[in-house]
Design a binder for this molecule. Structure first.
Ligand code: GLU
Length: 464
């Protein structure tokens, strides 16, 4: 058997974190088993589906590197298929027309509720042997209902949740086509999973309730029932259902916020799945390790700190040329003119150990390209009148030296010793004058990269 999984988003918004994790798990399962991964766009809710949302989903998948082998298939382009299957079910007596009006069904529901019963369609139009059906009313366009089995249980061994059993008595006859002839959601899913020969349906557990209905339909169609794995939901940092309130929930927002896709993927992989204590692993490694046995049935909780930690790790490992290009993009977006007289790769190398996100990295190196805003309290604290003479001496040395890290270091050392100071007494004011604040990597390295003219220009303001 070739494993075939699918990701079947409804294009009603961006690709959110929960959807991305579902996609990742489905994708990884197919990759692990050398199977196929199908992308299917469930766009039958025409009122809420938009081409922008389709694009946002494709962008999100591409950004994460979740490539699909087949599709994207669009359900709206498969209407003929669904109609054919519906007609077939009608022909075989497994589906029937139901002429109950909305008003009638409302009355029925109210009556059932009054009697303390669960509201459900009572099968009044369901054909049975020896049953007299009501006369077909004039002017009512019927819906089509599926003849759900009346007794027995639908049982499946959910690969995450374990065995689930639902009594058919709990399920009524599902509408598979609306009065206007359009097929309904559960029906399209079934036809597609069948036609696309999906072997493993990995999806969010908000669909658990649909599964028994889908299994009954698949059975009626003579289809092989796929295996189901229902993933628990993802909660926010605060234990509440993940929502916009928690900040970035769209995958592409993470891109904008300065996260690397490999960090997000690694992070998502651990949301509800574990391989021992392993926290940091590549996507390739994940595909080798991934299985459905180690998915936890309980809800996973989002942890921004952990995502930041992973992102910091991947920023440290990233290719310098890639980071330099990324920085140019982010800085330009902030209106910083990125000149190429700065050795961007060296600048990034100097700073990348300090950043949780690419945006932080960009902020921390912006002063290489534009005059920094000087932190006034740091200025008052470090550039004191007592230290200015020493800085002045250093300034004139700097004017003459050949511009290397070693020479810069030696020049600072000379300023320190000849004025009987401690190293930070000179290094800190240099930081403030050159970078705007009191924190930076080794100041001689910073000066070397800033270049002579910029260093002298920025110092001159304070010491000349
Ligand atoms: N279209 C459904 C959704 O976006 C998923 C259906 C499924 O995976 O079966 O929630």
């Amino acid at each position: 058997m070739t494993v075939r999984t699918r990701f079947a988003p409804s294009p009603t918004g961006f690709l959110h974190i929960g959807g991305a994790r579902t996609a990742l798990f489905s994708w990884a399962y197919a990759r692990k088993h050398a199977g196929q991964f199908v992308l299917r766009i469930e766009d039958t809710d025409v009122a809420r589906s938009t081409p922008e949302a389709v694009q946002a989903i494709l962008d999100g998948m591409n950004w994460l590197g979740l490539d699909w082998d087949e599709g994207p298939f669009y359900q709206m382009q498969r209407m003929d298929k669904y109609t054919a299957v519906i007609n077939n079910l009608l022909d075989k007596g497994q589906a029937y027309y139901c002429y109950s009006t909305k008003d009638e069904l409302d009355v029925l529901r109210e009556q059932q509720m009054r009697e303390g019963k669960k509201p459900r369609y009572d099968g009044r139009w369901r054909p049975e042997a020896d049953k007299q059906l009501p006369a077909v009313p004039v002017g009512v366009t019927p819906v089509i209902r599926f003849k759900n089995p009346l007794s027995g249980n639908v049982v499946w061994n959910d690969l995450v949740k374990g065995q689930i059993s639902i009594a058919n008595e709990e399920l009524d006859d599902l509408i598979i086509a609306r009065a206007d002839g359009t097929p309904t959601y559960n029906f399209c899913v079934v036809v597609d999973d069948w036609e696309m020969e999906i072997t493993h349906v990995i999806r969010g557990d908000d669909h658990v309730n649909n599964t028994p209905r889908q299994i009954n339909l698949l059975q009626a169609l003579g289809a092989t029932i796929p295996q189901y794995a229902h993933l628990s939901m993802i909660l926010g940092d605060d234990g509440q259902k993940l929502s916009k309130r928690h900040g970035a929930v769209s995958v592409m927002q993470y891109d904008e916020d300065g996260y690397l896709p490999e960090a997000v993927l690694n992070y998502l992989a651990r949301l509800g799945w574990a391989h021992g204590d392993d926290e940091i692993f590549s996507t390739t490694q994940f595909c080798e390790w991934f299985d459905l046995d180690h998915i936890t049935p309980s809800a996973a909780q989002f942890n921004t700190e952990k995502l930041n930690w992973l992102n910091a790790h991947y920023i440290k490992q990233a290719d310098l040329a890639f980071l330099a290009t990324d920085m140019a993009k982010r800085l330009s977006a902030k209106g910083v003119v990125v000149a190429d007289q700065v050795d961007a790769k060296a600048v990034v190398a100097l700073y990348r150990d300090r950043a949780n996100t690419l945006n932080q990295l960009a902020d921390s190196i912006a002063y290489f390209y534009q005059h920094p805003e000087i932190d006034q309290s740091a200025l008052e604290k470090h550039v004191t009148p007592e230290i200015v003479p020493a800085l002045r001496g250093l300034f004139s040395q700097l004017e003459t030296i050949e511009w290397t890290v070693e020479n810069l270091h030696a020049a600072i050392e000379r300023a320190v010793t000849s004025n009987e100071l401690k190293f930070p007494k000179v290094a800190m004011p240099l930081r403030v004058m050159l970078t705007g604040g009191a924190q930076s990597p080794s100041i001689d390295a910073v000066m070397a990269l800033l270049g002579k003219s910029v260093v002298l220009e920025r110092m001159r303001r304070f010491v000349a």
